[in-house]
Design a protein around this ligand. Structure first.
Ligand code: F0G
Length: 461
């Protein structure tokens, strides 16, 4: 039974590391978080959940405990991750936990996008509203805390930008040093400046994300640094809480569809794991269909599903302006395939122009997001056209990063420069009505009033 008394410690839920392929269990993960026996990824399982009635978590009691904690001033209760600590690896010494009060992100209705998609119920869970502006914080609080508990001085990641920003912040809060490997010239300035300000040693390698990952895998085998990429299964445990919070916001009514962007495929794996575990615990009675959307220029999962049904990864050379998901060799592809199969989800790819249009449409709902997040809405429109998502069904988009992460993309879009000189230039004509370049004027009242009247007459037509 769970503990209802807020002042009492959490019951010690023992979690275990297990290989996703050969099932081997291990006490402690290797530096690269690969199985010693077969080299595949590890996941975290909770063996006690399946055993006696005494250790079985009670769904109704959990829901009410989690709700009660929202009135608490304890730092762990104020975190939208640790509020759900019964379904996370336990931390008997809570002083080790590093939290920036992550999670607690809004679920927005999307009236403009709902109309465009021709649906009745469309929501966006905005993970860009986390402390460092992306969903990475929900996983980082757990994995960085494990690093501190295990006594590491250094943590490290390869990144397209958001992981590095998040890791650097949590390392700084936890008194650890951080090492960041990013592809030179391919990380947006917003993200890069975060890593610098939070004190990371930031290396721009002359390669892509996949190349950074390859180098880092060697570094962690030779140096005592703790790997904080999403191959670290503790990251995924924290990221699970996004959908627990989502279900609370939806009064535990499971949506028909959840749509997620796919890069290294850690997040889709984490969200799928959360839904499957919630069903196992009796917190929900059905699973949503989880669909994963990629940029057409960085589409290894889409190709893998279409060309061999998820049997063998088809890695690609990735290219997209949605730099967060410019990944051709995703580490967690097997976990993501399992989620697609378990939830009957779909995969879809979207063009660069479709991403830019969807981003502007999300912006027109007063919310905004970074380009990688906008693939969800671009993909949704395709899934509706195909009949995979039906008009009466409810849909949640997972927006993963804040609009201000990549202001350069947005400025280029509005100035009409985004596709200049590219093969998409013609197709990009459809973006014109969404573009609002800044207007340079003489500093006179007349000039401003004329501009206002002009704009007003255009919006009436
Ligand atoms: N959206 C954003 C904004 C991201 O930053 C990422 C990944 C994704 C989606 C894809 O998530 O990798 O779990 O499938 N960014 C990583 C990074 C790779 O280094 O910041 P995924």
């Amino acid at each position: 039974m769970i503990d209802h008394n807020l002042s009492e410690p959490t019951p010690d839920q023992t979690s275990q590391l297990r290989c996703i392929s050969c099932g081997a269990e291990c006490e402690k993960a290797a530096q690269n978080f690969r199985c010693d026996a077969c080299g595949d990824l590890l996941e975290i399982v909770y063996p006690t959940w399946n055993t006696s009635a005494e250790t079985q978590l009670d769904a109704a009691a959990l829901k009410s405990l989690w709700l009660q904690r929202r009135a608490s001033r304890l730092s762990l209760d104020e975190s939208g991750v640790w509020r759900f600590r019964e379904v996370l690896p336990s931390f008997p010494d809570r002083q080790q936990i590093i939290t920036l009060r992550e999670g607690n992100t809004p679920l927005y209705e999307m009236p403009h996008c709902t109309r465009i998609a021709g649906l009745d119920q469309l929501y966006a869970k905005h993970q860009g509203m986390n402390p460092t502006g992306s969903f990475k914080d929900t996983g980082m609080t757990v994995a960085a805390s494990v690093a501190r508990r295990e006594g590491f001085r250094w943590v490290a990641c390869a990144s397209t930008g958001n992981t590095s920003a998040s890791m650097a912040a949590y390392a700084a809060r936890g008194g650890m040093r951080s090492l960041v490997l990013i592809p030179e010239g391919k990380v947006s300035w917003g993200k890069l400046s975060q890593a610098l300000d939070y004190g990371a040693v930031t290396c721009q390698l002359k390669t892509d994300f996949d190349g950074c990952m390859r180098v880092l895998n060697e570094v962690v085998q030779r140096m005592p640094v703790y790997l904080l990429n999403s191959v670290n299964p503790y990251r995924l445990e924290g990221q699970k809480t996004t959908v627990i919070e989502l279900m609370e916001q939806l009064d535990w009514q499971v949506p028909d569809h959840v749509i997620v962007p796919g890069g290294n495929l850690g997040n889709s794996s984490a969200l799928g794991k959360a839904f499957i575990e919630m069903k196992q615990l009796g917190l929900i009675s059905a699973l949503p269909k989880i669909s994963i959307i990629q940029a057409a220029g960085a589409n290894p999962l889409v190709r893998t599903m279409r060309e061999n049904g998820g049997e063998k990864l088809i890695a690609v050379k990735a290219e997209t302006a949605a730099s967060a998901i410019r990944i051709g060799n995703p580490a967690s592809w097997k976990k993501a395939v399992k989620v697609l199969q378990a939830t009957d989800g779909s995969v879809e790819q979207v063009s660069e122009v479709e991403i830019a249009l969807a981003k502007a449409e999300i912006g027109a709902d007063g919310i905004g997001c970074e380009p990688a997040s906008a693939v969800t809405f671009a993909g949704l429109k395709k899934l509706v056209k195909q009949g995979f998502v039906k008009v009466g069904e409810s849909v949640v988009l997972i927006l993963t990063g804040h609009l201000l992460k990549d202001p350069e993309f947005t400025l280029k879009f509005h100035r009409g420069d985004l596709f200049a000189g590219t093969e998409s230039e013609k197709e990009a004509d459809i973006l014109r009505p969404q573009q609002r370049a800044p207007i340079v004027l003489d500093a006179t009242v007349d000039a401003v009033i004329r501009t206002l009247k002009d704009a007003d007459s255009r919006s009436e037509t």
